[in-house]
Write a protein that binds this ligand. Structure first.
Ligand SMILES: [Zn+2]
Length: 76
C-alpha cells in the first residue's frame, strides 16, 4: 500500500507528544475544587518548546498540571 503520511517523522512525534500531554493534563484534578480542566490545548513547535493553555477553575489547577508534567517528564 502506497500511503504517504501528511507528517514527517519529527512532526508526527511532536503531534503524538501533544496528544499524550493533553490526555495526561485532562486527568489532573484541582487540589482545591476537585475539578478537571474544562479544556486543555498544547502548543509547541518542537519537543523542546512546549506550552499549554488551560481552561479551568483556578490557578491551583494550572499549578497542579505543571507539577504533573514535571513528574511525567522524569518518567520519560
Ligand atoms: Zn480550582
Amino acid at each position: 500500500m502506497a500511503y504517504r503520511n501528511r507528517y514527517s517523522d519529527a512532526e508526527l512525534a511532536l503531534e503524538t507528544l501533544k496528544l499524550e500531554l493533553e490526555r495526561h493534563l485532562r486527568k489532573v484534578v484541582c487540589p482545591v475544587h476537585g475539578e478537571h480542566p474544562k479544556r486543555v490545548t498544547v502548543y509547541g513547535t518542537s519537543v523542546y518548546d512546549m506550552s499549554f493553555k488551560v481552561d479551568g477553575c483556578c490557578d491551583e489547577l494550572a499549578d497542579a498540571m505543571l507539577e504533573s508534567i514535571g513528574q511525567a517528564n522524569s518518567i520519560v
